[in-house]
Design a protein around this ligand. Structure first.
Ligand code: GLA
Length: 730
C-alpha cells in the first residue's frame, strides 16, 4: 500500500519506491506536515518541536500552552487567519468582511487509482498504478470545506496534489488566493532553480539561495508565460546534476500562476505553488466548488538528472494523451519562416513537392490562410479559408498535397480577435476589454472572452468548418499575446483569468474528441505556454520562436529539466537565421533540432542547393532511425550551455542497450591549441561493451562514463557530432 493511515498516531504515510511523505492530524485537528524526502521508516512526528516563541501567537485550543503556534509549526495547507504570518496557501474573504479560514480535519478516504479533475488537465494512472488520498478539512464558522487530494504513483516516485474548495456556508465567500501545494521544510538551506526568459529566449536556468524574506516567480499574463515557467526545483545546497537531494514542483496549468519561496524566522523554508492571486477574486456562491489545478511533486536523491527522468516519464506516460502521446511524429515542413504571409496555394503545393522529394512527411500551412489576412493586423476571428489567396478550396489544396504522399497540417489561433475582422464588427461584446477604457493592444490584436461558452462554441464551429474540409492531420494552436483588460460581460472580473483557461481546456478537449487522430501542437509565440497543462492536450509544443541553433541549446537545456524531448517542437531553419542573423552549418542545425520529438523544417527548400538537400535527406533518415529512442529513452544533460565549452546531451534506451550522444562545440579559441574536451557519458551499463560503428571503436560503459570520450578538434563555427552506441555481445 502506497498510502497508510495510522489510527492511533493519526499519521498519514505516503510511500513511493524511493520517497516518503508524512503528515499528521494533531490533537486540535490541524493538519501538520511532517516530512518529505528519501524513504524513511517510522513516524516522523518526533521532529516537531514546541517552544514558547515571542510574537508567535497560540490558538485558543492550546489553552495556557504558549508553545503551540501555527507560526512555527510545519503545515500541509496553511491558511490566513490562524496566526501563521508566513505566506498562506489559502486566503478566504468571508461574507462578514473578515479574511479568515481555520481548517480542521473532518475525515479522509483512501482509494485505488488516481483522482481526476473534471475540466482540468491532470496526471492519469491505472487502478493498479496509483492510489488516492482525499482529506476533508472544514472551517466550521464560514462553512468553507477544503478537500486535499493526493495521488501517489509509487513506481514513478510521483505525488500529485490538488485542492477542491467548496462553500457550504450561508453566504458567498471570495477565494482571494489558492495554492495547491505547500512544502514546509523544518531545517536546512535550499536553493531554488527556476526557468526565466522572454519571447525568443525562454526557460533560462537560474539557481539562487532561498534566504530570509520571501520571493516569488509567476505570471499575471493569463498564460503560463515565456517569462517564468510554472515548474521549480528546490535543491539542497550541495545538489548537482548527478547527485544530491532535490524536489520538483510542476504546476499542471496553463494560466497565471504564483510560486512563493520563503525562509522564516526559525530558518524553516516554505514553498507554495498555485494560482496567481493578483487579478483573482474568485467568488464562491453557496454550493459552488473551485478546483485548484494540480502540482506534481517529486523527490530525487540522484540530482537533477534523476528528477528530470522521473518527470519525463510521468509526462510521457501519464499526462500526454492521444495517438501521438509516445509514438514518432511526422517530420514536418512549416511555411512560416519559408514565406511568412506571402504565399498562395501554388507555393504551398510547391512546398509539398519539395517535402515529398526530401522525405518530409507533412506540410503545415501556417498563419495567413484565412479572412483577408496578409499581415498580422487583421482577420483573427474570421476563420474562413481565403480561397482567392489560395486559388482553390482548402479541400482541393489538401487533395493535391495528399496525392504527393504528403500529409497536411494547418495553423489556428482560436482565442484571438483582430479589431479589423468581421467577427469584431458583429460581436464587439465578445472581446475582452473594460467598458469605458481603451484596451491594451499586442501584435495589434485583442483577446476573445473564452470564459464565455457562446464565444467558444462559435469559434469551435468555425474551426471545425475549416478542419472538416479535408484530411487535416495536424493543427498548430497558437496564442500570440498576453491577456490584459481582464473583464467579462458574464462574470465578475476576479473569475475571468481562471475561467478563461478552463474555457481553453474545454475547447481543446472537444477538439481532441472530435479529431482523435489529429496531432495538435501547442504554441504561444513559441514557448509562452510550454507547460504540463497544455501537454495533456498537445503532446508537442513549439519550443521557441527562436530557431537559432546556438540559442536553442540554452532554451532546450532549460526546457529539459521538467519536459521530455517528446514534447519539444524543434525545426531546422534557414541560414542566416531570421531571429539572430547567425549562420550555423546545416549539420549543427540538424543535430540541435533532433533534440526535439517534434522534428521538422522551417525554410524554403527551393532555396537550398542540391548538396544541402542531400544532407536534409540524411538528417531525416537519421532522425527517423533514432526517433523511438529520442521519444522514449532516458535523457541526460552532459554539460551546460551556460558554462561549458561544448553542449552535450544524450538519450539512452530504457534497457541501456542503445544510446545517441549529441555534442555541439560552442567555444573555440584556436583549434589545435585548445585543451581537449572529454565528454563523460551517463546512464550506460557499466560492464557492457558499446560499439560506435561509425568510428569502428568499442568501449566499456564504465570507461565512457568515468573517463569520457575525447572530442575531435575541428575548424569551423559550432561543429557538432552525433555518436551512436550499441551494446555488443560478440
Ligand atoms: C507565432 C508562432 C510562429 C508563427 C507565427 C504566425 O509567433 O510562434 O511559429 O506561427 O505566430 O503568426
Amino acid at each position: 500500500m502506497a498510502i497508510n493511515y495510522h489510527e492511533t498516531s493519526h499519521i498519514f504515510i505516503l510511500n513511493t519506491k524511493n520517497t516518503t511523505y508524512q503528515m499528521k492530524v494533531d490533537a486540535f485537528g490541524f493538519l501538520l506536515h511532517l516530512y518529505y524526502g528519501a524513504g524513511v521508516s517510522g513516524s516522523m512526528d518526533y521532529l516537531l518541536t514546541y517552544l514558547d516563541r515571542g510574537f508567535s501567537g497560540n490558538p485558543a485550543d492550546a489553552g495556557m500552552d504558549r508553545t503551540y503556534s501555527m507560526d512555527a509549526l510545519p503545515q500541509e495547507y496553511p491558511t490566513q487567519g490562524t496566526g501563521d504570518y508566513r505566506s498562506s496557501a489559502l486566503v478566504i474573504h468571508n461574507g462578514d468582511g473578515s479574511d479568515c479560514c481555520d481548517l480542521r480535519y473532518v475525515s479522509h478516504e483512501i482509494r485505488e487509482g488516481k483522482y481526476d479533475l473534471v475540466g482540468l488537465p491532470a496526471v492519469f494512472a491505472g487502478e493498479d498504478e496509483a492510489q488516492t488520498l482525499e482529506i476533508l478539512l472544514e472551517d466550521s464558522v464560514s462553512g468553507v470545506r477544503v478537500r486535499l487530494l493526493y495521488g501517489v504513483l509509487e513506481e514513478l516516485d510521483i505525488i500529485t496534489r490538488s485542492v477542491k474548495i467548496s462553500n457550504l456556508g450561508s453566504e458567498d465567500v471570495i477565494v482571494e488566493k489558492a495554492a495547491c501545494a505547500c512544502l514546509d521544510f523544518l531545517s536546512g538551506s535550499y536553493d531554488m532553480v527556476n526557468f526565466y526568459g522572454r519571447h525568443v529566449m525562454e526557460r533560462s536556468f537560474q539557481r539562487r539561495e532561498i534566504v530570509h524574506g520571501a520571493f516569488t516567480i509567476g505570471s499575471r499574463r493569463g498564460a503560463s508565460s515565456h517569462q517564468y515557467n510554472p515548474a521549480v526545483i528546490i535543491a539542497r545546497k550541495d545538489t548537482t546534476e548527478d547527485a544530491g537531494g532535490c524536489y520538483g514542483m510542476m504546476f499542471v496549468y496553463s494560466g497565471s500562476f504564483l510560486c512563493e519561496a520563503e525562509k522564516d524566522q526559525f530558518d524553516q523554508t516554505r514553498v507554495l505553488m498555485g494560482l496567481q492571486s493578483d487579478l483573482f477574486h474568485y467568488t464562491l456562491e453557496r454550493g459552488e466548488v473551485l478546483t485548484v489545478p494540480e502540482t506534481v511533486l517529486c523527490y530525487s536523491d540522484e540530482g537533477f538528472a534523476g528528477l528530470s527522468n522521473r518527470y519525463h516519464r510521468c509526462i510521457r506516460e501519464h499526462l500526454c494523451r492521444g495517438k501521438y502521446g509516445q509514438i514518432p511524429r511526422p517530420v514536418l515542413l512549416n511555411s512560416w519562416e519559408a514565406f511568412y504571409f506571402d504565399f498562395n496555394g501554388e507555393k504551398i503545393c510547391k512546398l509539398a513537392e519539395e517535402a515529398a522529394a526530401l522525405g518530409i512527411d507533412m506540410v503545415v500551412m501556417d498563419d495567413g490562410w484565412f479572412g483577408k489576412r496578409e499581415d498580422d493586423n487583421s482577420s483573427l476571428g474570421d476563420w474562413q479559408v481565403n480561397e482567392e489567396k489560395l486559388g482553390c478550396t482548402l479541400g482541393e489544396l489538401i487533395e493535391r498535397i495528399n496525392s504527393l504522399g504528403v500529409k497536411f497540417g494547418i495553423w489556428i489561433e482560436p482565442e484571438m480577435i483582430s479589431e479589423d475582422s468581421e467577427l469584431c464588427r458583429t460581436h464587439p461584446e465578445w472581446v475582452m476589454r473594460i467598458p469605458g477604457r481603451k484596451p491594451v493592444y499586442a501584435r495589434n490584436q485583442l483577446v476573445l472572452d473564452f470564459s464565455r461558452s457562446e464565444v467558444r462554441d462559435y469559434i469551435f464551429g468555425q474551426i471545425c468548418g475549416v478542419l472538416d474540409q479535408g484530411n487535416v492531420e495536424y493543427v498548430k494552436w497558437d496564442m500570440n499575446r498576453s491577456i490584459s483588460d481582464i473583464y467579462s460581460q458574464e462574470r465578475s472580473a476576479g473569475k475571468v483569468t481562471h475561467d478563461y483557461v478552463l474555457g481553453v481546456y474545454e475547447f481543446l478537449e472537444k477538439l481532441m474528441a472530435r479529431y482523435p487522430d489529429m496531432l495538435i501542437e501547442g504554441c504561444c509565440g513559441g514557448g509562452g505556454r510550454f507547460d504540463a497543462g497544455m501537454m495533456y492536450y498537445t503532446p508537442q509544443i513549439w519550443c521557441s520562436d527562436n530557431t537559432d541553433a546556438l540559442d536553442r541549446l540554452k532554451i532546450q537545456y532549460g526546457t529539459s529539466f521538467f519536459y521530455p524531448a517528446s514534447t519539444v517542437g524543434a525545426h531546422v531553419s534557414a541560414a542566416p537565421n531570421h531571429q539572430t542573423g547567425r549562420s550555423i552549418s546545416l549539420h549543427t542545425r540538424g543535430v540541435v533540432a533532433m533534440a526535439g520529438g517534434g522534428f521538422g523544417y522551417e525554410l524554403d527548400p527551393d532555396k537550398m542547393t542540391a548538396a544541402e538537400k542531400n544532407e536534409v535527406r540524411e538528417q531525416i533518415a537519421q532522425y527517423k532511425k533514432y526517433a523511438p529512442l529520442l521519444l522514449t529513452g532516458d535523457y541526460y544533460r552532459l554539460s551546460s550551455p551556460f558554462t561549458d565549452v561544448y553542449t552535450a546531451w544524450m538519450s539512452v534506451s530504457q534497457d541501456g542497450g542503445e544510446a545517441l550522444v549529441s555534442v555541439v562545440m560552442t567555444l573555440q579559441n584556436g583549434t589545435n591549441n585548445m585543451p581537449t574536451s572529454y565528454v563523460k557519458l551517463k546512464g550506460l551499463c557499466r560492464d557492457a561493451v558499446y560499439e560506435d560503428r561509425k568510428a569502428g571503436r568499442r568501449y566499456y560503459g564504465s570507461a565512457l562514463m568515468e573517463a569520457g570520450l575525447p572530442l575531435p578538434s575541428e575548424l569551423g563555427e559550432y561543429p557538432s557530432y552525433q555518436i551512436a552506441l550499441n551494446i555488443v555481445t560478440d
